[in-house]
Design a protein around this ligand. Structure first.
Ligand SMILES: [Zn+2]
Length: 249
C-alpha cells in the first residue's frame, strides 16, 4: 500500500517524550485536535526541537490504516513566540494550552478555540501584564467552548443587582439575598463580569488588584465544569492558602 501523505497546520499544545526518544505531540489547528508521533532520528532534515510546546508548525504525516497516531515525517516551524519560554511567562502559556486541550474535542472543528489560543499566546508574547492576559484568555477560551459561567444575573433568582457571590457548582454569580457560594465584594463581582463577558481589549485595561482571588475562582470553576488543570495547580503566584483551598475543590 502506498503511503498517502497529508499536511496540517497547528499549535503544539502537548508534548510527551517517550523513553525511546520518540515524541508524541498533540496539535490544535483550525480543523480540530489531533495526535502524532515523531520517531527519533526519522525526520529528514528535521529537528525534534521544532515539536516544542506552543510552536506554530506545518506538519507532514501519514497514517497506517486506522492507527490513532499519525506518523510525523516533516515539521516546518512557522513561528515561535520567543517570550513564551521565559520562566515568568511559560506557566501562563501552559495554562492556556492545557485549557485549550481540555476544551477541544478530538474530531470536531476546533476553529474558535484555536483562534483564541493563538491570539492569547501572541498576547503573552507581547503584553507587559502577562498574568492579566492569561486570566482574560482563560475565560475567553472557556466561553468559546460554551462553558462560560452565568454572570449577567444571579444564578438562583435572576436579579441583576447586588451580585456578591460566586457559586462554583451553580455555575455563576449569586446575589446578597440568595447568598450561595464564595463571598465577593461587588467590585470583584463586576471584575468577574468583565473577565467573562468583556472584550479582550477592555479587559486588558483593568488593574485587577485581587489576582489570587481570580485565579481561585477560575481554578475551582474549571475543576468543577471542565477538569482540574495541573498548570493552574502549579502556578507559583498562588498562595499556600489558595493551594489548600484548591485541593478541597
Ligand atoms: Zn439571587
Amino acid at each position: 500500500m502506498s503511503r498517502r501523505y497529508r499536511v496540517r497546520d497547528g499549535i503544539i499544545i502537548r508534548r510527551n517524550a517517550l523513553p525511546n526518544g520518540d515524541i508524541v505531540a498533540t496539535i490544535l489547528g483550525e480543523k480540530g485536535k489531533w495526535h502524532g508521533i515523531a520517531r527519533k532520528g526519522k525526520i529528514p532534515g528535521g529537528n525534534l526541537g521544532r515539536l516544542s510546546l506552543f510552536h506554530d508548525v506545518t506538519i507532514q504525516y501519514y497514517r497506517r490504516g486506522e492507527e490513532a497516531l499519525a506518523l510525523i515525517t516533516q515539521v516546518q516551524l512557522n513561528g515561535a513566540l520567543s517570550r513564551l519560554s521565559q520562566p515568568d511567562v511559560y506557566p501562563y502559556a501552559h495554562i492556556l494550552a492545557e485549557l485549550a486541550d481540555a476544551l477541544s474535542v478530538e474530531v470536531e472543528p476546533g476553529g474558535q478555540i484555536y483562534d483564541y489560543l493563538a491570539s492569547g499566546l501572541r498576547g503573552l508574547n507581547q503584553h507587559r501584564d502577562t498574568e492579566l492576559v492569561a486570566l482574560a484568555y482563560a475565560w475567553k477560551l472557556t466561553a468559546q467552548a460554551g462553558l462560560a459561567p452565568q454572570v449577567a444575573t444571579c444564578t438562583h433568582c435572576k436579579t441583576t443587582s447586588q451580585l456578591a457571590f460566586f457559586d462554583i457548582a451553580g455555575g455563576g454569580l449569586g446575589c446578597q439575598q440568595c447568598r450561595v457560594g464564595l463571598p465577593l465584594l461587588e467590585r470583584q463581582a463586576a471584575e468577574v463580569q468583565q473577565l467573562v463577558r468583556g472584550s479582550v481589549r477592555t479587559t486588558l485595561d483593568m488593574r485587577l488588584p485581587d489576582r489570587a482571588l481570580h485565579w481561585r475562582i477560575l481554578h475551582r470553576y474549571l475543576a468543577y465544569h471542565v477538569r482540574p488543570l495541573k498548570s493552574l495547580i502549579n502556578l507559583s503566584s498562588l498562595t499556600e492558602t489558595y493551594k489548600g483551598e484548591a485541593s478541597r475543590v
